[in-house]
Ligand binder design. Structure first.
Ligand code: PMM
Length: 291
């Protein structure tokens, strides 16, 4: 494993990639929309993910699937906040998946310790200063514009180089706003303004992204490119609930590249996978040994 498993300050070193379980409190997310849309259902789901081995839980109230429209701010807060409060009370390490500074601030006030922003600060000019002031960890994910039409901007000269360059721009903005570099995590944003080929190229280039020196998070879970890979002989994409084994395979690739965390819907297989990769990497025979 490469040497990019740095601590994000405030998170103890587990000696392995950590597993972030997804708690979508939404009626319309592509993979689990509507399944845990009310507070008790979402909290129960979060507790099940913890039992299955999640290291942290990512609570979101706004679907970002391609084509999704924005949810009003008050509705996002209404969905997210009670779930954050309840999961924090159960001792969970909670992240909030939001593009809005006000939602991030309220979630942090309620005990969230990480803000996961798929717009990397571009959707709300208050986001970066708010996170800097809160002093919590921040995920800056690569995307291009709002979900409603982001796939129109899935055009790159060299996707790995372009995403790296654009992420560096967001890292500069985050640092300029006062976010502690030790609290900053980058994410290539699989599926966000990217087609399947772009996603595979980015997965193949994770080590180059890691060379930027910031911890990484990867979210491949149940995404469309996996459904396309696993399509039926007639060409029908495999539905989201049939993509968990492929998701766990991506977890292995990501853990081997040394990423800080993977963001997944089904936690058990990925929790096992990151331990397998860590055990194997700890057992690696030093170069030259036995010769
Ligand atoms: N993907 C989704 C939502 N939030 N956050 C990060 N950091 N990375 C991702 O890849 C990501 C994300 C979309 O998936 P969902 O609708 O199933 O949550």
């Amino acid at each position: 494993m490469s040497g990019i498993r740095p601590l994000v300050r405030g998170f103890p070193d587990l000696g392995r990639t950590r597993v972030m379980g997804v708690v979508n409190v939404t009626p319309d997310s592509f993979s689990d929309g509507g399944r845990h849309a009310d507070t008790p259902g979402a909290v129960r789901h979060g507790l099940r993910l913890l039992e299955a081995g999640a290291d942290l839980l990512d609570v979101g109230g706004e679907s970002t699937r391609p084509g999704a429209s924005r949810v009003p701010p008050e509705e996002e807060l209404r969905r997210v906040l009670p779930v954050v409060v309840a999961l924090v009370a159960h001792g969970a390490v909670v992240s909030v998946d939001t593009m809005r500074a006000a939602c991030a601030a309220a979630a942090v006030e309620a005990g969230a310790v990480l803000v996961n922003d798929v717009s990397a600060g571009l959707a709300d000019p208050r986001m970066l200063p708010t996170v800097a002031e809160a002093g919590v960890a921040y995920v800056a994910m690569h995307s291009r514009g709002a979900s409603i039409d982001m796939q129109d901007r899935a055009s790159y000269d060299d996707v790995a180089a372009d995403v790296r360059h654009e992420l560096l721009g967001r890292r500069d903005a985050a640092l300029a706003a006062g976010i502690d570099p030790q609290l900053l995590v980058l994410d290539p944003g699989l599926g966000f303004a990217k087609d399947a080929g772009h996603n595979w190229t980015l997965l193949a280039a994770l080590s180059e992204l890691a060379a930027l020196g910031s911890p990484l998070i990867v979210g491949a879970s149940r995404k469309r490119f996996l459904g396309q890979l696993l399509a039926s002989p007639e060409g029908a994409p495999r539905p989201p609930e049939g993509r968990d084994a492929a998701t766990a395979a991506v977890t292995v690739l990501a853990a081997q590249a040394g990423v800080w965390a993977v963001r997944v819907h089904e936690v058990g297989a990925s929790a096992d996978a990151v331990r397998v990769v860590a055990a194997c990497s700890a057992a690696r025979v030093p170069a030259g040994a036995g010769s």
